[in-house]
Write a protein that binds this ligand. Structure first.
Ligand SMILES: Cc1cc2nc3c(=O)[nH]c(=O)nc-3n(C[C@H](O)[C@H](O)[C@H](O)COP(=O)(O)OP(=O)(O)OC[C@H]3O[C@@H](n4cnc5c(N)ncnc54)[C@H](O)[C@@H]3O)c2cc1C
Length: 470
């Protein structure tokens, strides 16, 4: 039987980045807040299965494999022992635990009531919480003046990969690995598939990437795609482009055999399915609240993250693109600030994208292709890490930074980096784009040396040279 309803100013459904940051902002303003999560640990995919674990595993894989430092001339840092799963997962578990605790402490400090349960609407102001494992076993009922839907997303699993036998994983379950597979097929060459392909290749697995398209992430700059493809191949990854998996059969006690549309079958120790994600709306019973979704199942919101029901907001993966932890946190906060009548809800007009492949990639703003599509005349400047002192010191000779300037006034409109620290140094360019920096100022700035940041000066000089020639 359900308990008596408890009343709150705000009820937040989902304890990932969007929900937690929304809750913390409301706590700051002294509102009564219920934060419901269908798992005991807060943090969602951001902390428990996605962002933090995958990046921690990447760091561990780089350290264990010696891959990061393999271009140090005369230095052999390669690994001379077998990597065990506890080497691989131990640090991840430690980092995840630290984040879970830190979030729980921050939420508690703001006097937010946390509920473990799976929420479903019974009317536009009421949710019923179904018990979840290790949580309270009675059904609880909460009433809210306002709601924030932040239930995130889950990996897609095409029917063909539903077999319980064989080693078939997705990004949620890959952390359950009990050994490092000797071979792995990654289905899907998007961001998550490419990141995990690089991690497992670094750990010594023979990785096959299978995808129906004919190349990696077409939204990236073409030269960056070429460099990433070459680096992944150099690290032993084999691509199977324009291939569909038509059957996936478990091999008795060991792996799976994949039938491909136009190539010989592949037998591998493990399969990682990275075939996109869908919004978690199934359990919410949104029809009882009157909230509408689009045909893809994402919740539709306006610029202020408000659904078609004025007191119900939504943020994070549940509303679709860009579906990043970085943007989800910002959206959760902006949504509740709008509900509080506090602020202009717009996200920054230019957002960075970080892709933690090996090597890592980061971009912000226009690419050559997108600028040309918009009819913006541009000048491009390039700086190779091999021509940069820090690049030589750390042994990353393949990385580069590319800057895109508007020809008219040499204002920076795009930054593209591949190589060590790409996801860090991109922020210099991002800041430059947002503040309208011009090539000349990038040349005049005195950068620390030796640094990879110095590539900004080199690329700006290169662009000025090109602009002078044409
Ligand atoms: C492998 C991987 C790598 C990634 N790497 C990056 C990266 O490098 N950088 C980056 O910015 N982003 C990255 N992301 C994306 C990022 O993790 C997500 O965009 C982010 O976690 C979304 O936050 P959210 O709050 O919307 O949802 P989530 O983090 O998914 O949290 C939603 C929470 O709601 C809970 N929930 C669901 N339904 C209910 C219900 N009915 N009742 C109660 N609770 C419910 C879920 O269990 C979960 O705890 C990655 C994702 C994956 C999978």
């Amino acid at each position: 039987m359900a308990n008596e309803p408890r009343n709150y100013d705000y009820v937040i459904i989902g304890g990932g980045p969007a929900g937690v940051y929304g809750a913390l902002e409301l706590g700051e303003h002294g509102k009564s807040v219920a934060l419901i999560n269908n798992a005991l640990a807060l943090g969602g995919a951001g902390v428990n299965t996605g962002t933090i674990p995958s990046k921690t595993l990447r760091e561990t894989a780089l350290a264990l494999s010696g891959l990061r430092s393999r271009n140090l001339y005369g230095v052999d840092l390669s690994l001379h022992r077998d990597i065990t799963v506890s080497d691989f997962l131990g640090h991840e578990q430690h980092v995840r635990g630290a984040f879970n605790n830190s979030i729980a402490n921050r939420v508690e400090a703001k006097r937010i009531d946390v509920y473990a349960g799976a929420a479903a609407f019974t009317d536009p102001h009421t949710v019923e919480l179904k018990p979840v494992a290790d949580g309270p076993q009675e059904t609880q009922v909460l009433r809210g003046e306002n709601f924030l839907l932040a239930t995130g997303s889950s990996p897609n699993r095409p029917d063909l990969f539903f077999s319980k036998k064989g080693e078939i994983y997705d990004s949620d379950t890959v952390l359950e690995l009990d050994r490092i597979p000797k071979s792995m097929a990654v289905i899907g060459a998007g961001v998550i598939g490419s990141e995990y392909a690089c991690i497992f290749a670094a750990l010594g697995a023979k990785v096959h990437v299978v995808d129906g398209h004919d190349g990696l992430m077409p939204f990236l700059d073409a030269e960056i795609v070429k460099a990433l493809t070459a680096a992944m191949e150099k690290n032993g990854i084999t691509f199977h482009w324009k291939q569909k998996v038509t059957a996936c059969e478990p091999i008795e006690n060991d792996g799976a055999r994949l039938t491909l549309s136009d190539e010989p079958p592949l037998s591998v120790d493990a399969v990682l399915v990275a075939a996109g994600r869908h919004s978690n709306i199934e359990c919410l019973n949104l029809s009882a609240a009157g909230v509408t979704t689009d045909p893809k199942g994402t919740v539709v919101v306006d610029d202020a993250y408000r659904t078609n029901v004025p007191h119900i907001y939504a943020a994070g993966d549940i509303i679709g693109y860009p579906a990043l932890a970085s943007t989800s946190m910002a959206q959760g906060r902006l949504a509740v600030r709008h509900a509080l009548g506090l602020a202009d809800p717009a996200l920054a007009p230019v957002l960075p994208t970080g892709i933690y492949t090996i090597p890592e990639i980061s971009v912000a703003g226009e690419s050559e292709a997108s600028a040309q599509k918009k009819g913006i005349p541009i000048v491009v400047g390039l700086a190779k890490y091999s021509a940069n002192a820090r690049g030589q010191i750390i042994g990353d000779l393949d990385g580069f930074l590319k800057l895109v300037f508007r020809r008219e006034d040499m204002q920076l409109i795009g930054v593209h980096v591949i190589g060590e620290q790409a996801t860090e140094i991109v922020h210099i360019g991002l800041l430059g784009i947002l503040t309208g920096i011009k090539a000349e100022l990038l040349v005049d700035i005195c950068f620390n040396t030796p640094t990879l940041s110095m590539c900004y000066k080199m690329a700006a000089l290169d662009a000025i040279r090109h602009a002078g020639k044409s």
